[in-house]
Design a protein around this ligand. Structure first.
Ligand SMILES: [Zn+2]
Length: 201
């Protein structure tokens, strides 16, 4: 691929380090410069991949058997390309500067938390919500909603008791739904359960 003197601007552009005017000027350039256009596209993909890996690295390996392998593969790849390390460092240090980095919904790895109970038809007003534990240092947030009821609370373990005031609002034959989300200590949303419905028979 041909080289272009403007190429050195690419990383600064993608990392949001150009002034607004310089960024606009660079955009005009790279749309019309095939080598730069191609490199912007490639590096954008790298930056997004780094952001995803970073989200994975925030989770402890215990619940993720594939984690160690992927982390090693990633380390090797990064060592082979200095620019990746530079981008990684920039993302770790200043993630809020990048639109592509770690927007909370982007880093959710699917419905990894499993809601256990209540689910489906149940015989009595539940005393608690319970879900399968995720990685141990997640902070959980539960949301329970239904007609006339909207409750949410934080939990540090895989279960939370329903306060009496909430239980009193749960009526027979009415469908309620609840969901639990798991957050890393610094607040990134990492896991969530499906919305789970239940009804008192
Ligand atoms: Zn160029």
């Amino acid at each position: 691929m041909r080289n272009c003197p403007n190429e050195r601007e690419i990383d600064r552009y993608l990392l949001g380090r150009l002034s607004e005017d310089d960024a606009r000027e660079f955009e005009v350039h790279y749309f019309n410069c095939p080598p730069c256009f191609e490199k912007v596209r490639d590096r954008q993909a790298v930056i997004e991949s780094v952001a995803r890996k970073r989200a994975e690295l925030l989770a402890p390996p215990t619940a993720r058997p594939a984690f160690a392998f992927r982390a090693r593969a990633w380390t090797t790849a990064a060592a082979a390309a200095g620019v990746l390390l530079m981008i990684t460092a920039a993302l770790v240090l200043r993630p809020w500067e990048r639109g592509t980095a770690a927007r909370s919904e982007d880093v959710v790895r699917g419905a990894a938390l499993a809601a256990i109970s209540p689910a489906g038809d149940v015989s009595a007003v539940p005393e608690a919500l319970a879900w399968s534990p995720g990685p141990t240092d997640l902070e959980y947030r539960v949301e329970l909603t239904g007609p006339g009821l909207s409750w949410s609370a934080a939990a540090s373990g895989p279960t939370i008791a329903l306060p009496e005031g909430v239980r009193a609002k749960i009526g027979r034959g009415i469908v309620y739904t609840w969901q639990v989300k798991g957050y890393a200590p610094e607040g990134t949303l990492l896991e969530r359960s499906n919305k789970t419905a239940f009804k008192i028979r």
